[in-house]
Design a binder for this molecule. Structure first.
Ligand SMILES: *[C@@H]1O[C@H](CO)[C@@H](O)[C@H](O)[C@H]1NC(C)=O
Ligand SMILES: *[C@@H]1O[C@H](CO)[C@@H](O)[C@H](O)[C@H]1NC(C)=O
Ligand SMILES: *[C@@H]1O[C@H](CO)[C@@H](O)[C@H](O)[C@H]1NC(C)=O
Ligand SMILES: *[C@@H]1O[C@H](CO)[C@@H](O)[C@H](O)[C@H]1NC(C)=O
Length: 542
């Protein structure tokens, strides 16, 4: 514990001195930067030499991986929109700070998709990933990326540098002051990274904003970018601090210790906000995260730039939408295959709110709806979901009972653990997709509805409201609802649209889903990456 205190006090001293003597700290920072540049120069030259050799071998062996259509289209679209031929020639090293790069989760999918897009756009650039995964080599990582995510990276221009200090950012290293400790740890880790190699552009894809701030301090010329999945501290926590330090993490201790803790937190929050103003380009994975990050970083960013504009961009992570669009047709002809069927794909768990959806459907049936588009068919609710244990089984049983009580047994179908082909079939036969969860962070299922051309009826909250079921070309792609009545109304509206309106809405829904494809991600990523490249060129010219 003594060590932790010493380290935290040091950190505090640095922060305070930065607040009081920014010029001095900046000067010292740049000296360290010069030192790091000099000492890693040889490694840089070796790396570039290795890239050249590998590129030659790759060319000679003609190891061509088949490319995907979207990549062709994406690079064509991007060439038209941003930049021109000549800055395709940009050569530099982009450092990706992702100490857990072999984890294989959603965050890693973003990293690999980003590197792939960057490689396509700037074939001469070198992408370097700073990682702490010592147990895997480049071949193994690239193979896993291919198997797990179906992303084919171009081997000669992607390289890995191995950090030795990753334990500094593990939560287990910091049983107390976890957030502060991890932030400090990320400084150590970033120093480790720069000692290995100083990149020309530095990008963090794991949420280590302090690492970016350190980069700006050491290397003011190196543009920095952040892709934020989740804010390190939430706005709620700050609010609770301002309201008197009653937050969960604020340590509502009494007396001397409590006051000290509170000071720590206030300082941390202030520093985190300042850190955000040092980052050149900020992206977030959703509107929700954008709102939180903006409220933390926005004020200091805007003060620095003398603007009120929000320059934090939402770049949605890629979802496998293509599988659905290829299997399900959306056309006039395919309308004949669809019936007045409402599809709900969700695990049978309480928070998915199946019960409310059943009640809403009962209300809809009781309103005795006239559906001219479907003259010979009765409306049906299809519930598809996985059943993991006896608890889930029990809730399915209860839901069946409820359907029975509501006198609509014939109109409700339960499909437990349906295989993917059967789900696809229903996406092609149904007309409406429903989601009952409140404040769902994202909702991949709703994106799949849209890809299949289903008209969505979703809870008026969370990701489905903010990010997914939004207007396309100024017109809706579905309906938002809060109560059972509103859901019933939504079903009614969705099923009584004219044929043209229905088809148009399905097409808009599909277009909306395109934002979540690999291609949609690549386009937005490159637009932001392009800013960083321009800054890099500008700053080194000076
Ligand atoms: C953004 O990242 C957070 C944290 O990993 C995750 O919970 C959320 O679902 C992500 N949002 C999207 C749109 O993928
Ligand atoms: C603010 O300034 C930074 C760095 O000078 C720049 O990268 C960024 O694009 C600017 N933002 C706006 C909104 O002008
Ligand atoms: C900031 O911008 C406003 C107008 O947009 C201008 O009047 C003001 O002088 C600017 N301040 C600084 C410090 O550049
Ligand atoms: C939708 O979310 C609200 C909270 O915004 C919740 O009260 C309501 O029960 C939810 N409705 C359904 C049908 O899930």
């Amino acid at each position: 514990m003594a060590l932790v205190s010493i380290v935290l006090s040091l950190l505090l001293a640095v922060f305070v001195s930065f607040l009081c003597f920014p010029a001095v700290v900046r000067f010292l920072g740049e000296q360290v930067g010069h030192y790091l540049r000099r000492s890693s120069r040889t490694r840089r030259e070796l790396l570039l030499a290795r890239v050249a050799t590998e590129a030659k071998n790759h060319e000679a062996e003609r190891i061509e991986v088949e490319d995907y259509d979207w990549e062709e289209i994406a690079s064509a679209a991007i060439d038209g929109r941003v930049g021109n031929k000549e800055d395709k020639q940009w050569e530099g090293i982009v450092g990706f700070f992702h100490p857990f790069c072999n984890a294989g989760g959603g965050g890693e999918r973003v990293l690999w998709a980003a590197i792939r897009a960057t490689q396509k756009r700037w074939p001469k650039a070198v992408c370097v990933v700073y990682t702490g995964d010592h147990d895997v080599d480049k071949t193994a990582i690239l193979k896993r990326v291919k198997d797990r995510f179906n992303i084919h990276l171009h081997p000669p221009t992607v390289h890995f540098l191995y950090l030795t200090t990753r334990h500094w950012v593990l939560a287990s290293t910091w049983p107390r002051f976890t957030l502060l400790g991890q932030s400090l740890g990320s400084l150590v880790l970033a120093y480790d990274a720069f000692a290995l190699l100083v990149p020309d552009i530095f990008v963090d894809t794991m949420g280590y904003a302090f690492a970016l701030a350190l980069s700006s301090l050491f290397f003011p010329n190196v543009p920095t970018g952040a892709y934020v999945h989740y804010p390190t501290i939430s706005t709620d926590m700050l609010d609770s601090l301002q309201a008197g330090g009653q937050g969960i993490n604020a340590g509502a201790g009494k007396g001397y210790r409590g006051a000290a803790k509170q000071k720590y937190w206030q300082l941390f929050a202030r520093t985190y906000s300042r850190v955000g103003s040092a980052i050149d380009v900020v992206m977030t994975n959703s509107t929700w995260t954008q709102a939180h990050v903006s409220s933390l970083w926005g004020p200091s960013r805007n003060k620095r730039n003398n603007t009120t504009e929000n320059d934090i961009d939402v770049v949605f992570p890629p979802v496998a939408v293509e599988e659905v669009t290829q299997a399900v047709e959306v056309s006039l002809a395919s309308e004949k295959k669809r019936g007045p069927y409402i599809l709900y794909i969700a695990q049978f768990r309480p928070e998915k709110n199946h019960q409310l959806i059943l009640e809403a459907f009962a209300k809809f049936l009781r309103s005795d709806p006239k559906l001219p588009a479907y003259p010979n068919e009765k409306p049906q609710l299809i519930l598809i979901g996985s059943v993991r244990d006896s608890l889930d089984e029990k809730s399915v049983y209860k839901l069946r009972l409820l359907a029975h009580e509501l006198h609509m047994k014939e109109n409700v179908e339960f499909l437990c653990d349906a295989p993917w082909p059967q789900m696809l079939e229903w996406m092609g036969r149904a007309s409406v997709g429903v989601n009952g969860m409140w404040n769902e962070h994202f909702g991949i299922g709703v994106v799949e509805y849209q890809a299949a051309g289903l008209i969505s009826v979703v809870n008026n909250s969370g990701g489905p409201k903010l990010d997914i079921v939004v207007d396309v070309d100024g017109k809706p792609t579905g309906f938002h609802a809060t109560t059972a009545e509103e859901y019933a109304e939504g079903f009614g509206k969705a099923l009584t649209l004219s044929l043209e309106e229905t088809l148009a809405m399905r097409q808009r829904a599909r277009k909306s889903a395109e934002r979540f494809t690999d291609r949609g991600f690549a386009e937005k990523w490159l637009r932001n990456m392009d800013k960083l490249v321009k800054l890099q060129v500008e700053r080194t010219r000076k």
